[in-house]
Design a protein around this ligand. Structure first.
Ligand code: NAD
Length: 255
């Protein structure tokens, strides 16, 4: 089915992929465009944003690439300004930016904690603050923030788990505040998806991750992207403050 996001303008923050292949942000941007949205592909590294925009163009759909570090308020305002000036408005903000930290409690330095909080959590605040006035002009909008099941279940990676749990708290708070403005705010909590972000873990880890869930099927960026399409679309018009877990059932197991 196509056209679920027809006439919408979307920003995907973190629309590139850190390596060859398909990350969550890249897949989401491609699916948004296939569903009819005009997409501003935003990444701290312009070449990564351009790669995604080019894939979208190759399918005959509409996208622009834009360089912004969304851990900086000034860049977030510029990003929204670009969407307004060149794509004519803003209806959808998809916050995919995030970095992993594999350090446990005692290994986590103050610098590591601050780095992860800035990229995984502060970006949610700054992009949302920049987007709200533009969405108000449209009479509403949809914001989706990428969390992780690491923020919901026992997890050894302290700063990452804390930041991703923080994303859920952020979404819960902001959904209530923005409801009267008809701006919906939701989170997606992906499970052990196989993307360039985790590729360095190697083949053995890949197989272990695949087998871990009840479905026993490997997850990809497309699985996360389809959830993002739903939450961004009018089909989810009555859905806000929700955490959509996309994990092949992993968090339902006792293993
Ligand atoms: N792969 C998994 O198993 C998994 C599981 C749960 C959650 N996630 C989440 O998915 C998201 C990452 O997905 P991906 O596959 O697209 O990752 P990715 O690392 O391939 O892509 C993220 C992009 O964000 C960009 N970026 C990083 N910091 C930025 C900043 N400050 N401003 C602008 N752009 C910035 C990077 O340059 C990169 O291109 C993260 O939030 C991650 O925590 C992944």
């Amino acid at each position: 089915m196509a056209g679920r996001l027809k006439d919408k303008v979307a920003i995907v923050a973190g629309a590139g992929s850190r390596g060859p292949g398909l990350g969550n942000g890249k897949a989401t941007a491609i699916l948004f465009a296939r569903e009819g949205a005009r997409v501003l592909c935003v990444d701290a590294e312009l070449a990564r944003a351009e790669e995604t925009a080019n894939l979208i163009h190759a399918e005959g759909n509409t996208a622009l690439a834009f360089a912004a570090d969304v851990a900086r308020a000034v860049d977030c305002r510029a990003m929204v300004g670009e969407a307004l000036a060149r794509l004519g408005g803003l209806d959808i903000l998809h916050n995919n930016v995030g970095v992993e930290s594999r350090l446990d409690l005692m290994e986590t330095t103050e610098e590591e904690w601050d780095r992860v909080m800035a990229i995984d959590l502060k970006t949610m605040l700054l992009t949302t603050q920049a987007a709200v006035p533009a969405m108000e002009q449209r009479g509403g909008g949809a914001i989706t923030c990428i969390s992780s099941i690491a923020g919901m279940v026992g997890h050894g990676r302290t700063a990452y788990a804390a930041a991703k749990a923080g994303v859920i708290g952020f979404v819960t708070s902001v959904a209530v505040q923005l409801g009267p403005k008809r701006i919906r705010v939701n989170a997606i909590a992906p499970g052990q998806v196989w993307t360039p972000m985790v590729e360095r873990l190697g083949a053995e880890a890949r197989e272990r991750r695949r087998r871990a869930s009840p479905l026993g099927v490997e997850g990809t960026g497309w699985d996360v992207g389809w959830g993002a399409v739903y939450l961004a679309s009018d089909e989810a018009r009555w859905v806000t403050g929700h955490v959509l877990v996309i994990d092949a059932g992993l968090t339902r197991t006792t293993r």
